[in-house]
Write a protein that binds this ligand. Sequence first.
Ligand SMILES: [Zn+2]
Length: 580
Amino acid sequence: MAVSIPTDFVPAIFDAARWENIEPLLDDLHRRPIHSAAELEQWLIDRGELLAACSEAQANLYISMSCDTADEGKRTAYLSYIESIPPRLKPRMFELDKRQVELARQFTLPAERYEVLQRDTAAEVELFREENVPIETELDKLAQEFSQVSGAMTVEFRGEEKTLPQMAPFQESTDRATREDAWRLVAQRRLEDAGKLDDIYDRMIERRHRIARNAGFDNYIGYAFKSMHRFDYTPADCERFHDACQRVIVPLMRRLDERRRQRLGLDTLRPWDLAVDELGREPLKPFAGGVQLVSKTRAALESLDGRLAEMFARLGDGAASSGSEGGALLDLDSRKGKAPGGYQYNRDRSRRSFIFMNAAGVHRDVTTMVHEAGHAFHSMLSENDPLLHYRHSPIEFAEVASMGMEFLSLPHLGAPGAFYDEADLRRATVEQIYRAVTVLPWIATIDAFQHWIYANPQHARDQRTATWLKLDDRFGHAVDWSGLDAFREKAWQRQLHLYSHPFYYIEYGIAQLGALQLWIRSLEQGEKAAVDGYMRALALGGARPLPELFEAAGLEFDFGAEMLKRLADRAEAELEKVEA
Ligand SMILES: [Zn+2]
C-alpha cells in the first residue's frame, strides 16, 4: 500500500493552497540548470509532484464543500482557492511546458517512455496564443451564465417547487398521466429560456471559432481535437461511428422501442414513455444505507475476483463517513446539504481516492458504486508511476475502467451476500444492456450536431434547428412527437456538454464500446482472462497511446460498423437469453 515517491522536492508537510509556498518551487523549476537526460527526468518528476500537491489541495477543498454545501466557510475556502491559485499557476505551467519542450530537444529521453508526455506537452505549446487568453475568460463567464440560467429553472409540480433534476424520478412513474404532466412541465419550463440559451450558445460558437482561427486552424474542430489530445482518431473516424450507429444500433434501439410499446399496451410511444419499467414493476430495492451498499458490493467483487475485492476494501466500510474527515475515502448516503451527483476524485499527491455519491437505495446507485470503484481501481493500479501525467488516462479509456466494471460485476450482483435474487438479477442485467446500447445513438446525435455546428459557425438559428431535427430523425427513438414540435426543436439545449464542454461526448461512446467488448470477452474467454486484461491495462495509467491501452486489455480500438454489429448482435442475443 505504501507508495514510493522518488523525490523530496515538495516538502512532506506542505500547504499547497498558499501561493507563497508554491512560488519558490516554481522558480526552482524555471531556473534549475539541467545538464543531462537524467536531470531532465528528475525535473519532470518534481514538476509533476508540485502539480500533484496543488491538485490535491484543490481536491480536498472541493470534497469538503460538496459534502457540506451549507457550510459557508467550506464554500469560501474553495472559491478563494479557485480565484487565487489556478489563475497564477496556469501561466507559470505554460512557461514550464515551453521549457520542457526545449529541454526535450536538447536531451534525448527514452522514446517509448516519454512519447505520450511529449506529444501532449508539444500540443499545448503549439496551440497557445496570448490573444486567446481573454477570449477563454469570456467563455468561462458564458459557461457560468449558462449554469445560472439552467440552475435557476424550477417548476411547480403538485404544489411543490422542484428543480428539473428532482423531476426526473417522475419519468419512472407507472402512472402515465403523471409522467406526461411532469414531462410537459419540464419541457415548457425549458422552452421559456430557449431564447436566452440560444443566445449564449451563439456567443460561445463565435468565440470558439475565433480562438481556432487565431491558432491557425480553419475552424474549431481541428483545434478542439488537438487541444483534447485526440491524436489517435480523427473527425472522419467519428463520422464512421455515426454511420455505424445509424446502420446497426438505431434499428436495434427501435426494435426495443416497439417491444416497449407493445408491453406497455400503447397505441403510440410518446417521449414520456421511455424511462418507465415496461412490465409495470416497482423499482428494485437492492440495499438500505451506504454501509450495506459497501458490504454487498464487496461480496459481489469477491465472487468476481479476489484482487478487485482487496482493492475495494482499501476504500473502507463506508461507516460513519460524512466528508473526508478522519481519512474517510467514501461518502455515499444522500443527505441534506450534499451536492448532487456522484464522482471519484483522486488525491494526486497521497494517491488516495475519494468516492462521493447520493445513494438512496435504488439500482442506479449500485451501478454508480461499481462504476466509481472502477475509477478507483484505475488510480490504485497506476499509483506507482512516478510521473503525474501517467497516473491519469484519457477519458476514452478511463471510462472503460468504470463502465467495464459495471459489466464485469453484473453477473455477481446475485452472489451470496450481494444484492439480488435470480429474478431481480435478470432485471438488472436487462437494464444494463439496454442502457449501454441506447446511449450510443444519443452520443452520435450530440457528436454529429457539434461537428456540423463548428464546421458551419456562421449558421442561422433555423438552420441549426433543421440540422437537429434531421439528426433526431436519423438517430432518435421511435417515439411520436406530434403536437410537441416546439419542444423537439430545442431538445439539444438540455445537453450541458454542448455549452461547457464542447466536443466532449464521443469519449463515452468509444469507452462504451470498450466496456461491451470487455463484457463479451468475459463471456467468451472467461472472467479471469477479462479481469487480467483489465488490470494489466489499468496499470498502464496514461503512459501509452489510446490504441495500446485498449490492446493491453485485449480490446480493439475500433468504432466502425463491423465492430458495432458484433456488439449489437451479442447484446441482443444476451437480452433474449436473459428474458427467455
Ligand atoms: Zn466515470
